[in-house]
Design a protein around this ligand. Structure first.
Ligand code: HEC
Length: 104
């Protein structure tokens, strides 16, 4: 019985420890470029200026990142809402990526 208890607590410690290391691993940051290539290129194009079905041109867009987040989240005219598909962090990441496509 004592042996079983010792084994049990060892097992518990191992489980606790492995759990802690899992918790310490940083969650992978959402990759804006990857999301863009997966969901946005079909209309906006790789460089953001393809303009399929009237898609906005990111090279010339005057929108600030907060405004882009709103359009991506809620949609606007022919631009679909992405809130069902992408969580907030992903929308932020892809909005930030579209900023990189804009000429200063
Ligand atoms: C089905 C085609 C389509 C897809 C896919 C699409 N968009 Fe759009 N997007 C549009 C259209 C069309 C507009 C212009 C909307 C309007 O006229 O109000 C637009 C506008 C925008 C705008 C506003 C820019 C501005 O300067 O007004 C942003 C930001 C944007 N899209 C981001 C994205 C992102 C990020 C994705 C991928 C997650 C995406 N779009 C996917 C069609 C699309």
């Amino acid at each position: 019985m004592r042996k079983l208890l010792a084994f049990g607590s060892l097992l518990a410690m191992i489980l606790l420890f492995s759990n802690m290391t899992v918790d310490n691993v940083q969650p992978k940051k959402a990759d804006g470029e990857k999301i863009y290539k997966q969901y946005c290129v079909t209309c906006h194009g790789l460089r953001g200026d393809m303009g399929v079905s009237g898609a906005a041109n990111f090279v010339e867009s005057k929108l600030k990142v907060e405004e882009r987040i709103k359009v991506i989240t809620n949609g606007r005219n022919n631009m679909a809402s992405f809130k069902a598909l992408l969580d907030k962090e992903k929308i932020k990441a892809v909005a930030a990526y579209t900023m990189k496509l804009t000429k200063e």
